[in-house]
Design a protein around this ligand. Structure first.
Ligand code: E4P
Length: 219
């Protein structure tokens, strides 16, 4: 499974990129607003740090303007992935931008038929929003399973990757992986927390204490 980080905070992206475990980055207008940075500048900077796909979202609702915005964003760097919303206009823009050879991430997906449409429109990624479905008492993970089953039924024609989004917890990451999502985009705090287990910490402390008693060194 690929890991993307869902943020526009450069320090977090740099820190996670240094682990060698980061495959890409997703941003959205809310994350750009939170960063307080200029959109184009921040996307350019992220693309210099992370060689994998970096999602940058269009800000209009009409296909023609989305296409123009997407083409401008795609010029920032080769790894820019243009993010469009799951509307008819977004799907039209997805088709046009995909035909240009630009990777497109279709965002705000809340049901399986939407995901099927995005695949037909040539999306490189579909972003089902797990957390927001859970927030309203629905089951985000069930949506990942449904999309996986549908995409697998048409594996010879569908190349779209399932990008589990709106992830809020370590369990969301685990269950997305079990359900067959290709990618999880994870907030920095959740991503950093995945490594943690109290028994790992306790075990390491005890090993280090005993090693010190041996009086030996390896180097
Ligand atoms: C994905 O690309 C979105 O930016 C993100 O996952 C949305 O998450 P949220 O529902 O926590 O805002």
């Amino acid at each position: 499974m690929k890991f993307f980080v869902d943020t526009a905070e450069i320090d977090d992206i740099r820190e996670l990129s240094e682990t060698g475990l980061l495959d890409g980055v997703t941003t959205n207008p809310s994350l750009i607003h939170k960063s307080g940075r200029n959109f184009i500048d921040v996307i350019q900077e992220i693309c210099e740090i992370v060689p994998g796909p970096v999602s940058a979202e269009v800000a209009s609702v009409e296909a023609e303007t989305m296409i123009a915005e997407g083409r401008k964003l795609a010029q920032i760097a080769e790894n820019v992935t243009v993010k469009v919303p799951l509307t008819w206009d977004g799907l039209k823009a997805c088709r046009a931008l995909s035909n240009d050879g630009t990777m497109v991430n279709v965002t705000l997906c809340f049901n399986a038929n939407q995901a099927l449409l995005a695949a037909k429109a040539g999306a490189a990624f579909i972003s089902p929003f797990i957390g927001r479905l859970d927030d309203i008492g629905l089951d985000g993970m069930e949506l990942i399973q449904e999309i996986r089953a549908i995409y697998d039924n048409f594996a010879d024609t569908i190349e779209t990757e399932i990008l589990a989004a709106s992830i809020r917890s370590a369990n969301h990451v685990k269950f997305s992986a079990m359900a067959g999502a290709d990618v999880a985009t994870v907030p920095p705090a959740v991503l950093k927390g995945l490594v943690k287990h109290p028994l790992t910490d306790a075990g390491l402390a005890s090993f280090l204490k005993d090693w010190e008693k041996t009086g030996q060194t390896i180097l």
